[in-house]
Design a protein around this ligand. Structure first.
Ligand SMILES: [Zn+2]
Ligand SMILES: [Zn+2]
Length: 278
């Protein structure tokens, strides 16, 4: 089992991180992708604790759409800043989370688009997958990924809550689709129906913790161990055994982010990218 998207370096875990990681391991989690925000020294310091406590966890870093206004500095400068932030992260697997959030609109939309596009292009140049956050912004998300990403696209739409049409586009374009605790909510039948349409080899699961705890932990702090609930619910929705689905999802994670990662056509291997001077 793998939690493909969590915020373990969030302040919410500062007090009992070792117990949270121990519970994740006891629940059978082999690895997790721990997502970090750029420009937050406290979070980076806590990330080093996560890395020490959980040697198989990997990391992603990027400028979230909510913080786009803080990093609006021109494309080249922003790309340089993300590159520098990424170079400071141990076991970097991806650039993210990046994207568009037109639900909260915490940054002006044109700024969100600019910051997203710059990071999609950077990830392509670095040969890294992207972790995409998209909310009520399907058309613009597609357009930017198609215009600035590699072909086929390389990454995941995280915490997917979109339409069946958007999921089908993502799969056709080469992306993975990841479901979080929302899929366990009683009112989420439409989302479970969408989840059934995603081919199993493109499916990922996540907690997005500390947010979005699944049933029956709703309203409490979420943690990576609870990803097993997401798997159980998806397995029922798809008419599969939970352990079979968990094994499939683990393979998908390894193919996208980890040890079985395919080289991205037209881009450099990550190791070469790191060594390059520019
Ligand atoms: Zn997100
Ligand atoms: Zn997140």
């Amino acid at each position: 089992v793998i939690d493909s998207h969590c915020h373990l370096a969030d302040e919410a875990f500062a007090g009992d991180l070792d117990e949270v990681v121990a519970r994740a391991m006891a629940a059978g989690l082999r690895s997790a992708l721990c997502v970090l925000s750029m420009g937050e020294p406290g979070e980076l310091a806590r990330a080093r604790r996560v890395a020490a406590l959980w040697p198989d966890a990997g990391f992603a870093i990027g400028a979230h759409p909510h913080q786009a206004h803080d990093v609006a500095m021109g494309v080249a400068q922003l790309q340089a800043a993300v590159r520098t932030a990424a170079a400071g992260v141990e076991r970097l697997l991806a650039i993210g989370e990046i994207g568009l959030d037109y639900h909260y609109d915490l940054s002006p939309r044109d700024v969100q688009r600019e910051v997203f596009a710059a990071q999609v292009a950077l990830a392509r140049d670095m040969g890294r997958p992207v972790v995409v956050h998209t909310r009520e912004a399907e058309a613009d998300t597609r357009e930017i990924l198609e215009a600035h990403g590699p072909n086929p696209l390389d990454g995941v739409l995280h915490c997917f809550t979109g339409s069946a049409e958007m999921a089908a586009w993502a799969v056709g374009a080469g992306l993975h689709v990841s479901f979080a605790g929302i899929v366990t909510f009683p009112g989420a039948q439409a989302l479970r129906d969408v989840a059934r349409t995603v081919p199993v080899e493109r499916l990922l699961v996540e907690t997005d913790c500390p947010y979005l705890a699944p049933v029956p932990f709703r309203g409490k702090r979420n943690e990576p161990a609870h990803v097993t609930r997401v798997i159980e619910v998806l397995a029922v929705a798809r008419g599969m055994r939970a352990d079979v689905l968990a094994a499939e999802v683990e393979q998908n994670f390894d193919r996208l982010f980890g040890r079985d990662r395919r080289p991205v056509p037209g881009s450099q291997r990550p190791e070469e990218g790191q060594a390059r001077r520019s």
